[in-house]
Design a protein around this ligand. Structure first.
Ligand SMILES: C[S@@+](CC[C@H](N)C(=O)[O-])C[C@H]1O[C@@H](n2cnc3c(N)ncnc32)[C@H](O)[C@@H]1O
Length: 203
């Protein structure tokens, strides 16, 4: 069928806009705009803070977290994949699996973080129940890390694929933080099941 006058199909407009914007602004992934929206709404990262970024590749949250903390703060990332992007001097990326590293992570990256942010996502299978269960397992690992390595009063951001386990995870976050919020940034694909749980003020 002919494309009558439209230069691009509508369904690709979201990807085109944020992908191009990330390219123009020198971020390795468009996901940076999700962190920007979260930060604008909840101010999870303060100037001078130390931030632990779980699932940091290809590096856009890590770079932006380092920008938000400024040179007096630091951003430390962990991912299964190495980060190839050039990082600011106050950011560093480690390669590894959170499930294998979580019990000894404090020895490798230090403790008393002001914010733990997790954008970790499993490789998707197309089966929504399986993908949500795997996302939940990553979220529980992220929360264990946050509870172990956050300073009192620290903040937590965690991506989760909505599914049967969502409420259970929300309750876990609720019990460990003074307040919690559920937030879907406008820059998320509308069709995506991902959503962010934000824990403010670790108890
Ligand atoms: C959506 S990407 C993160 C994008 C990143 N926030 C950015 O802005 O560049 C999700 C990441 O989670 C990572 N990940 C998935 N399972 C992991 C695990 N078990 N341990 C560490 N990282 C994991 C993936 O390798 C992937 O790079």
């Amino acid at each position: 069928m002919k494309n009558r006058g439209r230069t691009k199909p509508k369904k690709n407009q979201w990807a085109d806009h944020y992908t191009q914007k990330a390219r123009d602004e020198n971020y390795p992934a468009r996901s940076v705009y999700k962190l920007m929206e979260i930060q604008k709404r909840f101010q999870v990262i303060k100037k001078g803070a130390s931030v632990l970024d779980l699932g940091c590749a290809p590096g856009s949250w890590l770079i932006h977290a380092a920008e938000l903390t400024g040179p007096s703060g630091r951003a430390v990332g962990i991912d299964l994949k190495p980060v190839d992007a050039a990082l600011p001097p106050n950011a560093i990326a480690h390669t590894g699996d959170i499930f294998e590293m979580e019990s000894t992570l404090g020895e490798a990256v230090g403790q008393d973080y002001d914010a733990v942010i997790s954008d970790m996502a499993p490789a998707t299978t197309g089966r929504k129940d399986i993908d949500a269960a795997r996302s939940f397992a990553l979220c529980e690992a992220a929360l264990r890390v946050a509870c172990g390595l956050l300073a009192d009063g620290g903040n937590f951001v965690c991506k989760i694929f909505q599914g049967a386990e969502f409420k259970q995870f929300e309750n876990q976050v609720k019990s460990r933080f003074t307040s919690h919020k559920i937030f879907k940034p406008d820059s998320c694909r509308k069709s995506s099941k991902e959503i962010y749980i934000i824990g403010l003020g670790k108890k």
